[in-house]
Design a protein around this ligand. Structure first.
Ligand code: KG4
Ligand code: ZN
Length: 338
């Protein structure tokens, strides 16, 4: 490692992925993720099981990240962790580990906001957007439009007032009898269906905010009415149902992004979060970019879902700005930001 380089070890443990990353001067050398399969049988993340799995995974995940990056503990200049938001027990595991390591190595400690990190994941690949840019962050827990003016100056200019986009996918999938998480399955079946086959409610929400709870109700009532007439309705129309639900979610998202571009005059548009893996949404962003003259960016999948690489790049900018914490810092389940 060259002299003068800034080496950061970052840890992410906000939900059900235990992840560690080594990043040198803003370049990720390793990004190790242990996914917790234990939740599948429960149809959602069980917080207590997540905390326990983080405890089991954190030491091997950090060791793998160090080995893969060919980095020794003593090479680390700062230790970073996800402070908020997330499951409190899960966050505590990463926070305590990072604090203990920072204390024992006598290195500075950096606390990172998970949603800011999702946005900065866009800086991890070339070509990266320059500032300012807009980012649509769509995950199982969040749906936000963020105006990023610089790495540490961001503003949430729109967000969901109820369900997140990922929840809209997963809850609709559940109504179709698909297992959790249903988002990727809707994506798969939608490729074979007609997006115009059925129409579902699109909410009229002011400003740049979103609402997805009405879509779930609209799908529920529609399916109840149809299956009363034909009990095999879902089975016989699965592809068309998935395509129609997916296209409704995409229309809601892209409509607000367009509005955000007009309102801010910013034409570099990025995406982040697990839902940005959706092939229909990726295509829709690229098409909107071509049509309206935007430059669009979507990180590769490993940086879209929860990962420590995005925590590391955010921590790198906080390191340069001298934003460190003392050992009294703790995690918070909910934290406003932007
Ligand atoms: O960011 P993420 O991995 O975890 C957090 O919620 O923080 O996002 C998970 C969400 C789930 O709701 C999942 O169904 C959704 O991302 N998702 C997808 C796809 N892949 C993951 N939704 C639609 N299409 C996909 N291909
Ligand atoms: Zn996330």
């Amino acid at each position: 490692m060259s002299k003068g380089a800034v080496t950061i070890l970052a840890i992410e443990s906000s939900c059900d992925e235990t992840s560690a990353s080594i990043c040198v001067d803003g370049k990720v050398l390793s990004n190790t993720v242990a996914t917790q399969a234990v939740h599948e049988q429960y149809g959602g993340v069980v917080p207590e099981l997540a905390s326990r799995a983080h405890l089991q995974n954190i030491v091997p995940v950090v060791q793998q990240a160090l080995t893969k990056a060919d980095c020794a503990m003593q090479d680390i200049d700062a230790v970073a962790f996800t402070q908020a938001p997330g499951l409190i027990g899960a966050l505590l595991v990463g926070a305590q580990f990072a604090k203990s390591l920072a204390l024992s190595l006598d290195r500075p400690l950096i606390a990172v906001h998970h949603m800011q990190a999702h946005v900065l994941a866009n800086l991890l690949v070339e070509p990266a957007p320059s500032f300012p840019f807009l980012c649509l962050t769509v995950s199982g827990g969040h749906t936000q439009i963020v105006l990023a003016r610089s790495p540490l100056d961001m503003e949430v200019i729109g967000e969901t007032i109820d369900d997140a986009a990922g929840e809209a996918f997963d809850k609709s999938a559940k109504l179709l009898g698909l297992p959790y998480p249903g988002g990727p399955l809707i994506d798969r079946y939608a490729k074979l269906g007609n997006p115009e086959a059925f129409r579902f409610a699109e909410p009229q929400i002011p400003e740049l905010n979103f609402s997805f709870s009405g879509l779930k109700t609209s799908v529920l009532y529609f399916l109840q009415a149809q299956t009363a007439k034909d009990p095999a309705f879902v089975q016989n129309n699965l592809n068309d149902l998935c395509a129609s639900i997916q296209s409704t979610i995409i229309r809601i998202l892209i409509k607000k992004l367009k509005k955000a571009v007009v309102q801010t005059g910013v034409t570099q548009v990025c995406m982040a979060g697990g839902v940005s893996a959706n092939s229909g949404l990726r295509n829709a962003l690229q098409e909107a970019g071509k049509k309206h003259g935007w430059k669009t960016y979507i990180p590769p999948f490993e940086y879209c879902t929860d990962n420590a690489g995005m925590i590391a790049i955010t921590a790198y900018h906080k390191y340069l700005a001298g934003q460190f914490e003392d050992l009294s810092v703790g995690p918070t389940a909910r934290a406003g930001w932007g």
